[in-house]
Design a protein around this ligand. Structure first.
Ligand code: ATP
Length: 232
């Protein structure tokens, strides 16, 4: 469904992605793991159109979307939850969610029902300002906002960052549930073990290139992955 072919992305002279090839199948959860600065966020931002690759193709259901603007890519069915959540702190929970529907494709009322079903707490807090929510609630709001555009592919950048363990488990359970409802997921996580346990397949990114990929169960067993990313 999504295929990256030889993707190169630069920040000025810095070559952050050096020929990325990866594939995401319909209904899969894919995790992208790698150390700080490996290029994980750059890869996600290149897919969602925040950054434009200098070379390569990004095929979504066979159509090359590389270089398209982010709002077009949302309309095509890819929704990105950025690192650090970036909710609108001075808008209410409901307004944050409505902003997510603005660029989207779905029916707003149905999307709201889906999001409130996944995150009942957001339903109880519709009039509360986003900035006054706890970190975990803000992450739920960020994911909920991304789901408001009724995406086929949900891209998540470090959803567990800075959250208490109980909230991390809740977020991971919710990602599983979102996927079970038919949404394909691409996940970047520092918490590589949890990400690989949740995902079907994984890719390891080092200095802007994919160095290893396979079934998540195989990566969890791989000595190099264990040593470098799982702290074993
Ligand atoms: P982290 O887990 O620390 O967020 P990452 O794997 O997501 O790491 P990226 O943020 O994608 O890594 O960064 C990849 C490379 O690009 C790094 O060398 C980083 O310093 C560089 N980089 C990222 N953003 C910029 C920027 N705005 N300008 C210049 N270089 C950047």
């Amino acid at each position: 469904m999504l295929k990256l072919e030889n993707i190169h992305t630069f920040y000025g002279p810095i070559n952050a992605l050096r020929g990325i090839n990866l594939e995401v199948g319909k209904g899969e959860i894919i995790s992208l793991i790698g150390s700080n600065g490996a290029g994980k966020s750059t890869c996600l931002m290149t897919i969602s159109g925040v950054l434009h690759p200098s070379e390569g193709r990004i095929l979504l259901n066979g159509v090359d979307i590389a270089g398209e603007e982010p709002h077009h890519i949302v309309k095509r069915g890819i929704s990105h939850v950025p690192e650090g959540r970036r909710i609108f702190p001075k808008l209410t929970v409901l307004e944050n969610l409505q902003m997510g529907a603005f660029l989207g494709r779905g029916n707003v009322r149905e999307s709201l029902e889906t999001v409130m079903g996944l995150f009942p707490i957001l339903g109880e807090r519709t009039r509360q300002y986003g900035g006054t929510l706890s970190g975990g609630e803000q992450q739920m709001l960020a994911i909920g906002r991304a789901l408001m555009s009724d995406p086929e592919i949900l891209i998540l950048d470090e959803p567990s960052l800075g959250l208490a363990p109980i909230m991390v488990s809740k977020i991971f359970r919710t990602i599983h549930e979102i996927n079970a409802r038919g949404v394909t997921v691409m996940l970047v996580e520092q918490n590589a073990k949890a990400a690989l346990r949740l995902s079907h397949r994984g890719y390891v990114l080092e200095s802007g290139a994919i160095t290893l990929h396979g079934k998540s169960s195989e990566l969890l067993d791989n000595d190099k992955v264990k040593h470098a990313y799982l702290g074993e």
